[in-house]
Design a protein around this ligand. Structure first.
Ligand code: DGL
Length: 262
């Protein structure tokens, strides 16, 4: 039994799509969430910059006595998680584009991956793609421009649709039947994606798998919070807090959103 909080960080508000899954699966756990929105998007930064920001976020969460850290950002995971695991003495859970389930289920054997430049150019992404996509054609596209819009709370409308179609049309022309969302901001686009994609195209993201993995690792380390009380959820952002507030407001659970200059 361990009632210390779980720490979660992302370059911004996207990781709340992961927080949602973790909160649903592990309602007793308290969570501290860091949205590093003043430095978003991470996806256009160098590996060294992404590493530096990931270290800053991790050290803040460790100062808050977190028992486990979820790197709720594909870009930070693929560029920094090896270093974090070697350097700090807590378990880390990362997130990577879910190529494996898409590759296993695709009938056309053509899978689209929409992710950031930082993720798609990482060696971790490439080794995962090579290991799991035997006989599968992977079409990668950088979703440039999506994260800044989502950070502003823009998850639908002409601008988003135009951008998405410019990424998706070439994938559709090649015969993609599975689309992997390789950025934790993108699940907020699922409603609009469902409107613009032809029927039969499956959308996959890794949120649920990350929550299950978080539970498994807490169990393995014997640090689950077994108190039968709902956890508390503290969100910190170093930018305007309104969009984050809208995303995590929930009458059923205790959430607070604060500005913090971290
Ligand atoms: N949400 C992040 C990801 O999963 C990063 C987006 C960004 O800051 O570029 O990759």
């Amino acid at each position: 039994m361990d009632n210390r909080p779980i720490g979660i960080f992302d370059s911004g508000i996207g990781g709340t799509s992961i927080w949602r899954e973790i909160q649903a699966l592990l309602p007793n756990e308290s969570i501290i969430y860091l949205a590093d929105s003043s430095n978003a998007p991470y996806g256009e930064k160098s590996k060294a910059e992404i590493l530096k920001l990931s270290i800053k976020n991790t050290e803040y969460l460790l100062k808050q006595n977190c028992k486990l850290i979820v790197v709720a950002c594909n870009t930070a995971t693929t560029n920094a998680i090896d270093y974090l695991r070697e350097s700090y003495n807590v378990p880390f859970i990362g997130i990577e584009p879910a190529i494996k389930p898409a590759a296993l289920q695709s009938k056309s054997k053509i899978v689209g991956v929409l992710a950031t430049k930082g993720t798609l150019s990482s060696s971790l992404f490439h080794s995962t793609a090579e290991n799991h996509a035997n006989g599968i054609k992977i079409i990668e596209r950088v979703g440039r421009g999506l994260v800044p819009l989502i950070e502003k709370g823009e998850v639908k409308g002409d601008k988003i649709i135009k951008l998405l179609l410019s990424f998706l049309n070439p994938m559709l022309e090649e015969g993609m039947d599975y689309l992997v969302l390789g950025c934790t901001h993108y699940p907020y686009l699922i409603p609009v994606l469902k409107e613009i994609l032809p029927p039969g195209i499956q959308i996959i993201d890794s949120g649920e798998a990350v929550a299950k993995q978080t539970k498994a690792i807490l169990e393995e380390h014997r640090v689950l919070n077994t108190l039968n009380v709902l956890g508390k959820h503290h969100f910190f952002t170093n930018a305007e807090k309104k969009v984050l507030e809208n995303m995590v407001q929930n009458n059923a659970i205790s959430t607070s959103v604060e500005y913090l200059n971290f």
